[in-house]
Design a protein around this ligand. Structure first.
Ligand code: PLP
Length: 348
């Protein structure tokens, strides 16, 4: 019963097979292999973006940080939500890769910025002339960090604010597939058609061993990314093995079926947990993760029963009815039996 993270699950067998197939003989390194070219063509096709440039890296932090470094100068600040992964969970890598750029926090409800706050924070940030940081890119996370999915209208409203100030927009799509299937839209609708300039297109959380693609819809940024990725030590020599993973992911809609399964797993889990008296979700799970407040007694049964997940509050002490916050994530691989076992323990 493993609900700690979608990073904790296995690599999809089809992806492992693709890596094994890529191990046949020789291929030019550093992205000059044929599979890397095919991945670029496939992503262009899927995103209906014939000029897009695609770059592979092995971590989401590298994808976000190097992409943002290309969109902002060191004397600029990137606008993001108060719970953004780039702010809270990347050990200041965005600041590091930008050469000292800053992040400016935009308040959020649970995990989504709203256009009003974004506009007023951006407006304020540009008022100190040479003394203050200059306005840089806006970064939005989709699926957002606490499990909500921005609707296309919500994304459009945020992008429109950025464009009022002529700022580029980055999408942290570590769970891009999960958001896409939740909304039932096309990749183009959830990216460049809104005015988004660059996407960190996640793969690792959805069945890959470790590959994310950075997609620039303006090819002018591509060479800079190449240089920053190399200088930042994220250019893989045996890039064919990254490309093989991404190619398998995009073939036969594997990325979409895996994301749909992960979301369905979360829906099953959430439905079961709703039966627990007092149970609350920070926000309704729309994709594959939820922050759930469950009674201490339920957590005690789960922990004793061997369930693995993140518990944010102290288990010991207090009343058995106290609600303790936990983070639960499903990936594509979780079985119905595991989910039902978790629910049975939680409901007692
Ligand atoms: C919203 C979000 N962005 C990016 C990442 C990528 O992080 P990592 O560098 O661990 O691959 C994660 C992973 O937890 C995430 O949840």
């Amino acid at each position: 019963m493993f609900f700690a993270s979608d990073n904790a699950g296995p690599v999809h067998p089809e992806v492992l097979e693709a890596i094994a197939r890529a191990n046949d003989g020789y291929a030019m390194p550093y992205g000059a292999d044929a599979a890397s070219q095919r991945v670029q063509a496939k992503i262009r096709e899927i995103f209906e973006a014939p000029d897009a440039m695609v770059h592979l890296v092995a971590t989401g932090t590298a994808a976000n940080s190097i992409a943002l470094a290309c969109l902002s100068q060191p004397y600029e600040t990137v606008f993001c939500s108060a719970v953004a992964h780039i702010l809270e969970d990347e050990c200041s890598a965005p600041e590091f890769y930008s050469g000292g750029g800053k992040l400016t926090i935009v308040p959020c409800d649970v995990d989504k910025m709203n256009p009003h706050d974004l506009r007023s924070v951006i407006a304020k940030e540009g008022t100190r002339g040479v003394h203050g940081p200059q306005r840089g890119a806006v970064s939005i996370t989709q699926v957002a960090e606490k499990g909500s999915v921005h609707s296309l209208d919500e994304l459009q409203d945020l992008v429109d604010v950025a464009k009022e100030f002529d700022l580029p927009v980055h999408l942290d799509g570590a769970r891009f597939g999960n958001a896409l299937v939740a909304l039932g839209c096309t990749p183009a609708q959830m990216s460049w058609k809104l005015g988004i300039d660059a996407v960190s297109f996640g793969g690792t959380k959805n069945g890959l061993m470790g590959v994310e693609a950075v997609i620039f819809f303006d090819p002018a940024k591509s060479w800079e990314f190449e240089l920053r990725r190399k200088r930042g030590a994220h250019l893989f020599s045996k890039s064919r093995f990254l490309a093989a993973q991404m190619e398998a992911y995009l073939s036969d809609d594997l990325w979409l079926t895996s994301a749909s399964k992960a979301n369905a797993n979360m829906a099953r889990l959430a439905n079961g947990l709703r039966a627990i008296e007092g149970a609350e979700f920070l926000c309704e799970p729309e994709a594959n993760l939820v922050f759930a407040k469950l009674p201490r007694a339920a957590h005690k049964r789960l922990q004793t029963g061997g369930a693995v997940y993140y518990l944010m509050d102290e288990l010991e002490g207090g009343d058995d009815n106290d609600l303790l916050l936990s983070r639960l994530v499903c990936d594509w691989s979780v079985s119905d039996a595991q989910i039902d076992q978790f629910i049975a323990l939680a409901t007692g």
